[in-house]
Design a protein around this ligand. Structure first.
Ligand code: PEP
Ligand code: MN
Length: 340
């Protein structure tokens, strides 16, 4: 349920109303969103017994009261009309006017590899370094990642280049290792690992939540709701393709998810055309499409030697290819009134 207040409602009156609702309905939490135009009180929890008329009776401050039909509340744009902008420690903003590019190898493989890729993608204008330390692999015999050592190497690359880092966590037990990682990624395979999502909800760190392999947009938003309901409002959604009957591409990249999410939620939305297609030559056109569709950022796999990559070599760009793509993406961002 949302309570839209009249403009210029004094803060004390807003607080009085919140206190009144909270004391009357235990189990209902109030989230106040003070926008430039309008202040909204979002009620979450079991609101079935909340009497709308008694709230509307505060005629001097209440403009309207509406029930929110969607099962996701805190991620809902109705609760928070303005875009959420997530600011990293170095000041970089995700969800603002800049299109943010996260680039790097699928897996961290060695110190030389990650430092070389980090240095090159930075020179091409990438804003964030990606690299998997814990790898979710279909085969238990495939490279599983350097694990804790991989995180250490990412931190070295961060120190060497100044780039913030994003890396995937696969279980709650690994969370302490991510203390100095700027953004924690939840991979497609863990999108509905609800216990993990609850743990991440206790953190204050940004969480990059990838779309599950066969998840609907609503299921994805409900997973984001788990993180936000736990108190962590810093969630970034990442479209990375879904399973369809098409076999030409590794996944079917759902570009329409971008404007749909922008309509439904205030959270930043990025696109991963590397996992979304699995094919290097599709990365550029899909990255361009993502920007035109309104994405706030991109995640692109780049490897210094894709032929020898320990994972996802077929979809990883060479640094020089990435460099060329960045130049053309900048023009697309500009046309959309954004920077890159
Ligand atoms: C990754 O980013 O390397 C990854 C494993 O992605 P996804 O969870 O989208 O498959
Ligand atoms: Mn990968």
């Amino acid at each position: 349920m949302i309570v839209v207040l009249k403009s210029n409602t004094p803060r004390e009156k807003t607080q009085q109303l919140i206190d009144e609702i909270k004391s009357q309905y235990s189990g209902v939490a109030c989230h106040c969103n003070e926008g430039t135009q309008v202040t909204i009180i979002g009620l979450v929890g079991d609101t079935s017994h909340v009497d709308m008329d008694s709230i509307l009776a505060h005629q001097d401050i209440v403009e309207r009261v509406t029930r929110v039909q969607e099962p996701y509340k805190m991620v809902n744009r109705k609760f928070h009309p303005q875009n959420t902008v997530i600011t990293l420690d170095n000041g970089l903003q995700i969800g603002g006017t800049q299109v943010v590019v996260m680039a790097g190898p699928c897996s961290v493989e060695s110190e030389e590899q990650i430092i070389e890729v980090a240095t090159k993608v930075k020179a091409s204008g990438a804003h964030i370094l990606r690299g998997g330390a814990f790898k979710p692999r279909t085969s238990p015999y495939a490279f599983q990642g350097l694990r804790a050592e991989g995180v250490e190497l990412l931190l070295k690359a961060k120190e060497a280049t100044g780039l913030p880092i994003v890396s995937e966590v696969m279980s709650a037990a690994q969370i302490p290792l991510f203390k100095d990682v700027d953004i924690i990624q939840v991979g497609a395979r863990n999108m509905q690992n609800f216990e993990l999502l609850k743990e991440l909800g206790r953190l204050k760190k940004p969480i990059l939540l990838k779309r599950g392999l066969s998840s609907t947009i609503e299921e994805w938003l409900m997973s984001a709701e788990y993180i936000m309901a736990g108190g962590n409002e810093r969630v970034i959604l990442c479209e990375r393709g879904i399973r369809t009957y098409e076999t030409f591409t590794r996944n079917t990249l759902d570009i329409s998810a971008v404007p749909i999410l922008k309509h439904l939620t205030h959270l930043p939305v990025i696109v991963d055309p590397s996992h979304g297609t699995g094919i290097t030559w599709l990365v550029e056109p899909m990255a361009k499409s993502s920007i035109v569709a309104g994405a706030d950022g991109l995640m692109i796999e780049v490897h210094n030697n894709p032929e020898r990559a320990l994972s996802d070599g077929a979809q990883s760009l060479k640094p020089e290819t990435f460099d060329g793509i960045m130049t053309s993406l900048r023009r697309y961002a500009q046309v959309e009134g954004r920077t890159l």
